[in-house]
Design a protein around this ligand. Sequence first.
Ligand SMILES: NC(=O)c1ccc[n+]([C@@H]2O[C@H](COP(=O)([O-])OP(=O)(O)OC[C@H]3O[C@@H](n4cnc5c(N)ncnc54)[C@H](O)[C@@H]3O)[C@@H](O)[C@H]2O)c1
Length: 251
Amino acid sequence: MRLEGKVAVVTGGASGIGRAMGVAFAAEGARVVVADRDEAKGSSVAEEIRGLFVHVDVTSSKSSDAMAEQVFGKFGRIDILANNVGVRVVKPFLEHTDADWDVMISTNLTGPFLCSRAVVPFMQRAGSGRIINTASIASFVGRPDRVAYVAAKAGLLGMTRAMAIDLGRMGITVNALAPGSINSPMNAEHAADEEHDWGKETPVGRWGRAEDVANAAVFLALDESSYITGAEIKVDGGWVSTKARAGELGD
Ligand SMILES: NC(=O)c1ccc[n+]([C@@H]2O[C@H](COP(=O)([O-])OP(=O)(O)OC[C@H]3O[C@@H](n4cnc5c(N)ncnc54)[C@H](O)[C@@H]3O)[C@@H](O)[C@H]2O)c1
């Protein structure tokens, strides 16, 4: 039980990778807050892991602040924040609307900033904390038909590095995970066959699983990871390092 006594907030914890993070943190003894806008799914995950569901819309500073206050009010501490919420628009460049662009940036980039700004004062008071941002392989390479998503995820990596500097002396580490194509609801149309396309192109020969990302999140959340900050871990089966080129299927 390597996270005994810790309180972990997972945004987007109702589904996919966030759900797996909640399960993994809970298995290591953490009390987990499933923070999501989907109350039905979020409550059900919280019940499953004996955690707490808190409604949040990460695009709103008011909602993010209220979420942090509620968690601290309940537990008196916030040790880990997994900024995992993400949404994706896939369409040709010229079909991206103003609204598409705004949703990609406000959810995937502004959201992690707002939730971090809401939670950091509580971590600062404790003199320690772990912030784990779910970026993407799209933080490193361009991907087709995802201009706003790629822009937001590249920005998230920059924000991770800048926050690591600003928060390091507070005992707070800030790192990013960069999943490749993960078998989650976001990829429901492709991922049924783990070897389909992405799996074939990837050194390990399969799609990623939400648990692959969750295991890396646990590692970054540990007390023992206190000298790792401003870093990114690719959880992509080796794809970026070996095969990155435009025009391939994936995230
Ligand atoms: N699935 C992949 O292949 C993949 C690859 C790389 C990166 N990622 C990233 O991993 C993260 C999780 O992806 P997933 O596949 O598990 O997604 P998912 O769609 O299964 O889950 C996303 C969750 O975020 C919640 N959410 C969306 N907007 C919200 C908002 N404004 N406020 C609060 N909650 C909100 C949804 O209700 C949902 O529960 C995302 O950041 C995504 O960009 C996923």
